[in-house]
Design a binder for this molecule. Structure first.
Ligand code: ADP
Ligand code: ASP
Ligand code: MG
Length: 401
């Protein structure tokens, strides 16, 4: 078999952990498999590098950020390859560029255009273990790019897809995908299987066990994707097509997204074109606007509120203050988004009503709501985030099998 294994930050968080990963890789190799290993930066490393940059600027050049952040993954890939060679297994470390990962030029959240697999294939055919630095690629003209936070998952899935690998294993620090973050609710249950669509929603709504874009690509390329724990030998969770799952529960999981901030614009003139102008500017600067609320106007003016990722707030502020006077603008980072996900919602009513009454019973005020066919999202005060997850988890009986 050809297997792509990806090891996340905690799995390679110390030198001893890198050694343990080398041993696991060797076991897989000894079973007669070919393999490509994708690694993240050691845990905490990417955040540390971001803090270094913020010492100099709150809105640093995104191209320079990519140079900086891609370094974390390169360190781990080189260390793991050195360890494997020392254990007697031929191995080479590769940067994203050497692995042939070609992206667009959207620095810090670049999209993979294609992978030139020549060098990867030569390496595999030679029986050598390729250890690829995750989270990064290069533009056609050689500029270093990164793939968005959690992007090593995307590197692994993209490589698995391009090489038509039999399996893509994402090794992390929990046993698989749970009904909610097991660090918030210890009663969360591990799922044996989950559909690509539900996993995509959960990941997009804050369940960082998999990066959302990696799930989207896995679905598109039909990659056999499994999440597992690098600290034990448990089976993990299979992410697969909906038709491979016999019984779909109404609600599969609850997600919490802490990377949220709200911008409110007060007293805007209630006439056509104002919102269009603001959202066009934000989109041009690649800022992801999520929920939007516009109040009913009084006296010809209205209030406009919307959410952006907290790590893009500084850029969003800069843009908004170019468009509007700062006394009309308000910013709030003390919010989180809690979401309920389940394909069964398509055919069952009352799911949203239960969410609202559950939060009301806890005296948690819902500040914004949005829904789709398979999810309900609510913005609430940050201090209630974990409480909301736990009470909703119980209300939908996710702690029972
Ligand atoms: P890695 O460094 O291996 O990429 P991440 O920290 O990105 O790991 O993702 C794993 C973490 O995701 C877990 O430690 C867990 O706290 C969190 N998580 C959030 N939601 C879920 C969920 N539904 N199932 C499993 N883990 C989840
Ligand atoms: N190191 C990067 C991050 O922390 C990418 C990853 O871990 O997947 O976001
Ligand atoms: Mg991750």
């Amino acid at each position: 078999m050809l297997i792509v294994q990806k090891y996340g930050g905690t799995s390679v968080g110390t030198l001893d952990r890198i050694k343990a990963v080398a041993q696991r890789v060797i076991e897989t190799k000894k079973e007669g498999n070919n393999l490509v290993v994708v690694v993240s930066a050691m845990s905490g490393e990417t955040n540390k590098l971001i803090e270094y940059a913020e010492f100099f600027s709150k809105t640093p050049s995104q191209a320079e950020m990519d140079m900086l952040l891609s370094a974390g993954e390169r360190v781990t890939s080189a260390l793991l390859a050195i360890a494997l060679n020392e254990f007697g297994y031929k191995s080479v470390a590769m940067s994203g560029r050497q692995a042939g990962i070609i992206t667009d030029s959207l620095h810090t959240k670049a999209h993979i255009d294609h992978i030139d697999t020549t060098y990867l294939k030569e390496t595999i055919e030679d029986g050598t273990i390729a250890v690829v630095a995750g989270f990064q690629g290069t533009t056609k003209d050689g500029k270093v790019t990164t793939l968005g936070r959690g992007g090593s998952d995307l590197s692994a899935v993209a490589i698995a897809g391009a090489l038509e690998a039999d399996l893509c294993e994402i090794f992390t620090d929990v046993d698989g995908v749970y009904t909610t973050d097991p660090r918030i609710e210890p009663k969360a249950k591990k799922l044996e299987k989950i559909s690509y669509d539900e996993m995509l929603e959960l990941a997009s709504l804050g369940a960082k066990v998999l990066q959302n874009r990696s799930v989207e690509l896995a679905k598109k390329l039909n990659v056999n994707l499994v999440t597992r724990n690098s600290f034990n030998n448990n089976t993990g969770t299979l992410i697969t097509k909906e038709e491979n799952i016999m019984e779909q529960p109404i609600v599969s999981g609850i997600a919490l997204d802490k990377n949220q901030a709200r911008i409110t614009l007060r007293g805007v003139v209630d006439k056509p074109g104002i919102a269009a102008n603001i959202f066009k500017k934000l989109a041009e600067n690649n800022i992801n606007v999520d929920m939007i609320i516009q109040n009913v106007g009084v006296d010809g003016t209205t209030n406009l509120g919307f959410t952006v990722p907290q790590n893009e707030l500084a850029f969003a502020k800069k843009i908004m203050e170019e468009l509007q006077s700062s006394e009309k603008l308000e910013y709030n980072s003390e919010i989180v988004k809690v979401s309920i996900v389940g394909v069964g919602m398509k055919s069952h009513s009352g799911v949203a009503a239960l969410a609202f009454s559950t939060l009301a019973n806890e005296n948690i005020n819902i500040e914004m709501i949005s829904t789709s066919e398979i999810k309900i999202s609510m913005i609430i005060h940050a201090k209630y985030g974990e409480l909301a997850v736990r009470t909703l988890h119980k209300a939908y009986k996710l702690d029972k099998n």
